[in-house]
Design a protein around this ligand. Structure first.
Ligand code: SPD
Length: 281
């Protein structure tokens, strides 16, 4: 095996054998690379950090999207912040009741590179319900006067560089402001293993804004430590109570998510449960 692409993250390294580079570019925000890997198919890296791959993206995107969409009783308007590879909006638009999905991505280059080189991930770019805008997510949630959303999903990078503000209290307040009555906010909330401080600090910020805040877990082999978390936030919705009819139909087309995975994912490991209890507001 000749070429390797290596991510260095918080004292760890993850390398993938690659056969060729498909795209390499630099925007005013970040470096964007797409390459062909031996085991995970095509993969996207931003500033040297793996964002997604054809081999494991279904776990991350299905787990970010479906718990929020299936606990909301009737999500019609959905906002996605980030998500430039197109995997998150693809999963949102599989929900037939969705009438409008607005995606606010700061970096047009990520969408251009993904549309061209990751067509198996972004399969919904031409859906007429999708409205993609290249803008600053924090600015949008703080200042938009558009109608509010039933579900808001944050699909950002790690909280390093341009993605850092998307883990800030100001951004979360903006999301709460843009959420309709009974709405659900869900986000990728990093690894509790390697980034424990970020994970718990994020939980603290979210718990100061929403009544019900529940992290949940799953494996993402491409991400540092392999153990990933997402967090489900709402004032009204019970994170366990999914719409069984919609879930049954939807999960037929899923490769990871199903109602049993949903319930299991919310079980907390003891080290997480204990620290959340200690830090309870
Ligand atoms: N450590 C990588 C975290 C990346 C989270 N977002 C990925 C974007 C996939 N749509």
């Amino acid at each position: 095996m000749g070429l390797w692409y290596e991510e260095q993250f918080k004292g760890t390294r993850l390398s993938l054998a690659v056969t060729r580079t498909l795209y390499s570019g630099q925007s005013k925000f970040q470096k964007v690379d797409v390459f062909e890997t031996v085991e995970y198919g095509r993969a996207l890296a931003i500033d040297g950090v793996f964002m997604t791959s054809e081999g494991d993206e279904f776990i991350y995107h299905e787990m970010l999207v479906h718990p929020a969409m299936l606990t909301h009783p009737d999500p019609k308007r959905v906002l996605v912040i980030g998500g430039g590879d197109g995997g998150t909006v693809r999963e949102v638009l599989r929900h037939e009741g969705v009438q409008a999905c607005v995606m606010i991505e700061i970096d047009e280059l990520v969408v251009q590179a993904s549309r061209e080189h990751l067509p198996t991930i972004g399969t919904a770019w031409d859906d007429p319900r999708l409205d993609v805008r290249f803008a600053d997510g924090i600015d949008y949630v703080k200042n938009s006067t558009e109608p509010k959303y039933d579900v808001i999903l944050l699909d950002g990078t790690d909280p390093i560089g341009p993605g850092e503000v998307l883990f800030g209290a100001e951004f979360f307040q903006g999301c709460k402001r843009m959420l309709a009555e009974g709405g659900v906010f869900a986000m990728q909330s990093e690894t509790p293993m390697l980034l424990a401080d970020v994970f718990f600090e994020t939980q603290r910020k979210l718990r100061s804004l929403w009544k019900n805040v529940h992290p949940y877990f799953g494996p993402v082999p491409l991400y540092a430590s392999g153990i990933w978390s997402w967090t489900h936030c709402s004032d009204r919705v019970d994170f366990r109570a999914i719409d069984e009819t919609r879930a049954a139909t939807l999960s037929e087309g899923c490769r990871y998510y199903n109602p049993e995975i949903h319930q299991a994912a919310f079980a907390l490991p003891n080290y997480v449960r204990r620290r959340l209890a200690e830090e309870a507001p």
